[in-house]
Each structure stands twice: as structure tokens, then as C-alpha cells.
Design a binder for this molecule. Structure first.
Ligand SMILES: [Zn+2]
Length: 178
């Protein structure tokens, strides 16, 4: 689900091929993925599709400034849409902080956090959210993240990197390298 929530930003890794927030952030593409997924995996697909949709249609649509926007109806239309306004952006930052606190509380109270930091063959997939969304933020100057979101960003970066290190440790021990 972490990967599904960030997979639309895979366009950042292929800038010569895809414009950022372009075709991968389209409702048409989402529906083209959603229908067959529901047919094949039924109810099981819903959390993953919700995670996928939350990124472009909630996060990006609300936070993209009017100058940026998303190609919501690609390939039917190449117009860029945005629900963001400079005045609303600070409100969204607080909303994001509130959602992050809710996420962390839920992860801790349900002990899902223990599942996350266990060795699992899919842990390496977490390199996708790290390399597309979290890490690039800290490689830019000035930081594109609002100051109140820096700590949540760092916590999320550590939380997603930890399972990868656990997997690498598991791999190293299994190979008897040390
Ligand atoms: Zn995006």
C-alpha cells in the first residue's frame, strides 16, 4: 500500500519520458487499472486502489499550485488541473500533519508497525516510495517541505528504510557473508 500510494510519482524517475504529474496522475489511467484489478482481486484490490487514488486525487490535486496542476484527464485532454491555492496550502500542511499523526497512532495501536519492520520478501519495494518521494526532498535546497512537515518526513523516511535494512541484514546472514 505504501508503494501503491506513491507509484504515480514514478514519473519523477523518467523525466524524459513522462512529465511529472502528467499521465500517471490521470483519472482515466486510474480507471483503466481499477476495473481489471477489481475483476481479478475483487474486494482485496480496494485498499490498494484507495492508496493509489489518494495520491493524485487527494494529495496532489489539493496541494498543486494553480501554476502546476495535474493532467487529470490524459489522454482525453492534456489540460492541467489544480485545486490548490496559495492561501489553502498552509491549511493542507496542517491537515497533512494531522493525518500523519493519525497514521502513526494507528500503526502503533494496531501494532501494524511490528509487521512493517519484520523481514519480508516485499520489503525491498519500499525503495520506491523512498527514492521517488522522500529522499529527493532532502536532496534539494531550500527544502521544498514546509517546516512543520520536516519531522514527519524524517520519521517516514526512517520507518520505510528500516524494513529494507532488516531485509539486507537477513540476506547477509543467510549468505554467511559475515
Ligand atoms: Zn504525484
Amino acid at each position: 500500500m505504501f508503494v501503491a500510494s506513491i507509484i504515480a510519482d514514478i514519473d519523477l524517475l523518467m523525466p524524459s519520458l513522462l512529465e511529472h504529474r502528467g499521465p500517471t496522475h490521470s483519472i482515466i489511467l486510474f480507471l483503466a487499472i481499477a476495473f481489471p484489478s477489481i475483476l481479478v482481486w475483487k474486494k482485496q484490490a480496494i485498499p490498494y486502489l484507495a492508496a493509489f487514488a489518494s495520491h493524485p486525487f487527494l494529495g496532489d490535486y489539493l496541494t498543486a499550485s494553480a501554476a502546476e496542476g495535474l493532467q487529470l484527464f490524459f489522454p482525453l485532454s492534456s489540460t492541467w488541473f489544480s485545486g490548490g491555492s496559495e492561501a489553502a496550502l498552509l491549511t493542507y500542511a496542517y491537515l497533512e500533519l494531522a493525518l500523519f499523526i493519525a497514521f502513526l497512532t494507528l500503526m502503533l495501536t494496531t501494532r501494524d508497525i511490528m509487521t512493517l519492520i519484520k523481514h519480508h520478501s516485499s520489503n525491498l519495494l519500499l525503495a520506491i516510495p523512498i527514492s521517488t518521494a522522500l529522499l529527493p526532498v532532502f536532496l534539494r535546497f531550500p527544502l521544498p517541505v514546509r517546516p512543520i512537515l520536516i519531522i514527519p518526513h524524517l520519521i517516514l523516511l526512517i520507518l520505510l528504510a528500516l524494513p529494507i535494512f532488516i531485509d539486507l541484514k537477513h540476506f547477509i546472514y543467510r549468505q554467511h557473508i559475515f
